[in-house]
Design a protein around this ligand. Structure first.
Ligand SMILES: CCCC/C=C/CC(=O)SCCNC(=O)CCNC(=O)[C@H](O)C(C)(C)COP(=O)(O)OP(=O)(O)OC[C@H]1O[C@@H](n2cnc3c(N)ncnc32)[C@H](O)[C@@H]1OP(=O)(O)O
Length: 292
């Protein structure tokens, strides 16, 4: 049985803690950080595999608090020496709809800055984690949701959903760190450039053919089994060497990001606050509402 956890033991594989104990433990040990609101985290102590379930209805849209929560969970799992992490969604339709556009519309510059810094930190945490990471994409995933999937090492997707990075369509430039992340999965530069400039969205079946995802699973249960099998395929004795090797592959992208962090923030703030982008965002949000 798995239970919700937040602060984990520092040695050995992860252990289970019941929800109430967790809430007390977390509140007492992390000072100002608030208890988890938008995620549930369970750990199987036999396999050492954690499952972090995104749970911010209706679309798992990313705001600063949600992104901070995901990043903190990953850091806690690293300290607990968990072996691997499966990211999935509690929704049956949406894995993650990207940034919370409602929070990006007519917002104060300081709020926008908080969102982007949280997104940068989340990407950095997920992309650089030594944990073995699998995205179990059990719903649509676009933009910032695509980032979560692509920053993971392995992607398992359910049929008939959409995946892609549609920033340019919303009026935002794709940041360099996300281009590097995309190239890490789709190394064909021409295809990657076309996908990202054209905001190309793939259906699951096509995403598999293109190499954007690694497997399709018929159901969430089957996807979880496949995710556990992927993580368990790495023998325990190889984990340290594996993590160093992963880090070496990703080091250049991480350094480029650190060198340009501030500039990247400035580009976002300048783009998102442009009157034409804000006006388009307003229309886009209306169109999402009308669809419902
Ligand atoms: C790391 C990336 C680089 C950095 C840049 C990041 C920028 C972004 O992330 S911009 C975000 C761009 N996201 C989108 O364009 C996605 C928009 N949403 C959709 O296309 C669809 O919702 C969907 C394909 C994800 C799902 O379609 P479905 O038909 O199942 O659901 P809907 O009825 O459309 O949506 C349900 C519900 O959720 C609200 N919603 C959807 N997306 C967002 C969002 N990004 N922010 C806020 N709210 C969102 C939608 O309005 C519906 O709400 P109501 O039920 O209240 O009407």
């Amino acid at each position: 049985m798995a239970a919700r956890i937040m602060n984990l033991p520092k040695h050995g594989l992860c252990h289970l803690m019941r929800t109430s104990a967790l809430a007390r433990h977390y509140a007492g040990s992390t000072g100002s950080a608030s208890p988890p609101q938008f995620t549930t985290l369970s750990v199987d102590d036999k396999t050492g595999i954690a499952t972090l379930t995104l749970n911010r209805p209706p679309a798992n849209a990313l705001n600063a608090a949600f992104m901070g929560e995901i990043a903190r969970s990953i850091k806690e799992l690293e300290k607990s020496k968990c072996r691997g992490l499966i990211l999935t969604s509690s929704s049956e339709r949406i894995f993650c709809a990207g940034l919370d556009l409602k929070e990006c519309y007519q917002a104060e510059a300081s709020h926008l800055q908080g969102i982007w810094v949280a997104l940068q930190n989340l990407w950095h945490t997920l992309y650089s984690t030594p944990l073995i990471t699998v995205a179990l994409i059990n719903g649509h995933t676009v933009a910032g949701g695509g980032m979560l999937a692509l920053s993971s090492e392995y992607r398992i997707m359910l049929p008939n959903f959409k995946i892609g990075i549609n920033e340019t369509m919303v009026g935002l430039a794709v940041p360099m760190w996300l281009i590097d992340t995309y190239l890490n999965v789709i190394p064909n530069r021409r295809v990657a450039e076309w996908d990202l400039t054209a905001s190309r969205i793939y259906k699951s079946e096509h995403a598999l053919k293109a190499g954007l995802v690694d497997e399709l699973a018929a159901s969430k249960e089957q996807g979880l089994e496949r995710a556990v099998a992927f993580i368990s395929s790495y023998p325990k004795h190889s984990l340290v060497a594996r993590a160093i090797t992963k880090r070496q592959f990703r080091e250049k992208d991480l350094k480029n990001f650190e060198d340009n962090r501030q500039h990247d923030l400035e580009i976002f703030l300048s783009n998102i606050q442009k009157p034409n982008v804000q006006s388009y965002l307003g229309e886009y949000l209306e169109s999402l509402k009308k669809k419902a």
